[in-house]
Design a protein around this ligand. Structure first.
Ligand code: DQA
Length: 149
């Protein structure tokens, strides 16, 4: 039987491969695999499929955003990590596709160092969910499931 469930791309940027080890007092002890598991469980309940990826390379995130549109993904959850605060290329990529993108952060960058207060992603994202730790991803997924995005 072919799987026709809508696909949600979950794209993760630099240093998020070290989640669980990296500054756990800020980002928590869940690994990216733990988050993928949480999302897969919730997605299954909502009749969605998750395609979870991580890269440390900015251009790869651009390629994956284009791919999300080309492959007909229902939406993208994007934690661009530090590229959030620097990447006009990612802003342009989000503007170049019609697939809705939800910006996700574990921490709340607006309450941290000043250089984290600017988000290029927020300028084009359909919604931002931040500051809820690993639950930020689940809350973002639920916004798709309930039709908010
Ligand atoms: C982050 C916040 C960013 O400022 C930071 O560079 C990250 C992680 C978060 O999920 O809280 O790498 O995106």
């Amino acid at each position: 039987m072919s799987d026709t469930k809508p696909v949600i791309y979950v794209l993760n940027g630099p240093n998020l491969n070290l989640l669980g080890l990296r500054e756990p007092e800020i980002y928590g002890s869940d690994t990216l695999d733990d988050i993928a598991g949480m999302l897969e469980d919730r997605a299954q309940e909502m009749g969605l499929t998750i395609d979870m990826r991580q890269t440390n390379h900015e251009g790869m995130l651009v390629d994956w955003l284009h791919e999300a549109q080309a492959e007909g993904a229902r939406a993208v959850l994007l934690n661009a990590a530090a590229y959030t605060h620097t990447s006009i290329a990612l802003l342009d990529a989000i503007k170049a596709i019609s697939t809705p993108v939800i910006e996700v952060h574990l921490s709340d960058p607006s309450t941290r160092e000043e250089f984290r207060h600017l988000s290029y992603i927020a300028k084009a994202a359909a919604k931002t969910v931040q500051g809820h730790g690993a639950q930020s991803y689940v809350i973002a997924l639920e916004a798709i499931g309930n039709g908010e995005v």
